[in-house]
Design a protein around this ligand. Sequence first.
Ligand SMILES: [Cu+2]
Length: 307
Amino acid sequence: MKSTLYTTAVAVAFSVTKVAAHATFQDLWINGYGASCARLPLSNSPVQDVTSKDIACNAGTSPVSGKCSVAAGTTVTVEMHQQPRDRSCSNEAIGGDHHGPVQVYMASVSDAASADGSTASWFKIFADTWASNPSGSNGDADFWGTKDLNACCGLMNVKIPSDIAPGDYLLRAEALALHSAGSPGQGQFYMTCYQLTVTGSGTAKPAGVALPGAYAASDPGILVNIHAPMSTYIAPGPTVYSSGSTRSAGGACAACESTCAVGSSPTTSAGSGGGSGPSTTLSTATTTGSGSTPTGCTVAFPEAAKL
Ligand SMILES: [Cu+2]
């Protein structure tokens, strides 16, 4: 599939060959506004070597200049598509029966605009993994995080824990596609790191794990045949941090997952800002500093250039 070029920056970032079905996490929505603080992957190809540094923030990515400011406790929304900003809900966010868990991590860093994710300490803040489908006969028919992404046009809500200390963080969204994972090394990881500055008065500094380090190719959630009946699924990595959140696979789309669309009004969500923002296009949210603009982002994504 040929990708449409949107902006110079995005076009350059996605200029390599695309493969249908594969996908990338792209924009981040904060209080209903799109924000650009993603270290966009250079292609939509997966990372499969869990011992590679690429498992942290995808292959070949570099820090970007923007940081997204977000209050602790805010529910943000990550967005995945096969092609850059292909928001057509008729195209699956991640296609090709790429079923598997969606998990999100954070790592406290001194400067999100320069931090190396492969040396960071990651704690898991969110998981939407697997649930049995009583009317299905195998794992393919069961409920998965990636199916929720597809059902919600690529959007998934993730709460930033309320109690974490303010400061810079990397936020890492990960989808793991398990369609070929019955063979070693064939689990497909799709991840993007976002650069955040978290505000608030929390004090928690959750213990983390290393990526690479926390995953092994033989983990039961990575080396697994989902084409057979499944009675359980153990997602890779540590347990979700106590103030993090989980979502039951197969649940309904909610809040931004249902309402965040280009040109729509922002929906009020937890955290500050958002409630009375402009109702025109999201590009108006690029302006910061007035009372009606969101507090969520320092750089809004350039929808006007695209649409
Ligand atoms: Cu694939």
